[in-house]
Design a protein around this ligand. Structure first.
Ligand code: IMP
Ligand code: MG
Length: 179
């Protein structure tokens, strides 16, 4: 098994590139079927989902557009807590069908916040495509459902294919798990 080192940590290859690519193709087929004859807006969540979004989107053949959004964190001026705001989505999405593209659904906080915001903006049906899903960590099973899941994985830290460790490792074509 291939092992690599990033900064101070060692990782072992968990999902080879060929398997990742094949699975992304399968997800695209499902989405193309589900949205056949409809229009959708794809919404990639930066930074982690950029690679998955590109590979998925080039296989999408329905009428669609893609945008990228980011959850920016800042210290609230009135409260002491950290406020997170969705930036990059400037168009009117009222009634529009949305496919959110995420790299990994871990606790689900990110997806929950994004879904919440899309509801506030009166989006139509929202579905979620995520390359990885950690069901043992996910806290929103009753309300947020990942519709298109590449791989269900254990609750371990992973890198590669867009996912990073302190900014490094996003360029690795395979997915690696922390040893
Ligand atoms: P969540 O809000 O806990 O579901 O996860 C939010 C974000 O944390 C994801 O979009 C990733 O960017 C990052 N993340 C979660 N798990 C991992 C991991 O195993 N490796 C790298 N990044 C991760
Ligand atoms: Mg992310």
């Amino acid at each position: 098994m291939k092992e690599i080192k990033i900064l101070d940590k060692n990782f072992r290859e968990m999902i080879p590139e060929s398997i990742v690519t094949k699975r992304i193709g399968e997800l695209a087929v499902m989405i193309n079927n589900d949205y056949s004859g409809k229009e959708a807006i794809f919404l990639g969540i930066l930074d982690g989902a950029f690679l998955f979004a590109a590979e998925l989107y080039k296989r999408i053949d329905i009428l669609s557009r893609i945008s990228f959004v980011k959850l920016a964190s800042y210290q609230g001026t009135r409260t002491t807590g950290t406020v997170r705001e969705l930036i990059g989505l400037n168009e009117d999405i009222t009634g529009k069908e949305i496919v959110v593209i995420e790299d990994v659904a871990d606790t689900g906080h990110t997806l929950n916040m994004i879904i919440d915001e899309l509801r506030k903006r009166k989006a139509g049906k929202v579905r979620i495509a995520t390359l990885l899903y950690k069901p043992d960590s996910f806290q929103y099973k009753d309300t947020v459902k990942p519709d298109y899941v590449g791989f269900e994985i254990d609750n371990n830290f992973v890198v590669g294919h867009g996912l990073d460790y302190n900014g490094y490792g996003r360029n690795l074509p395979a997915i690696y798990t922390l040893i």
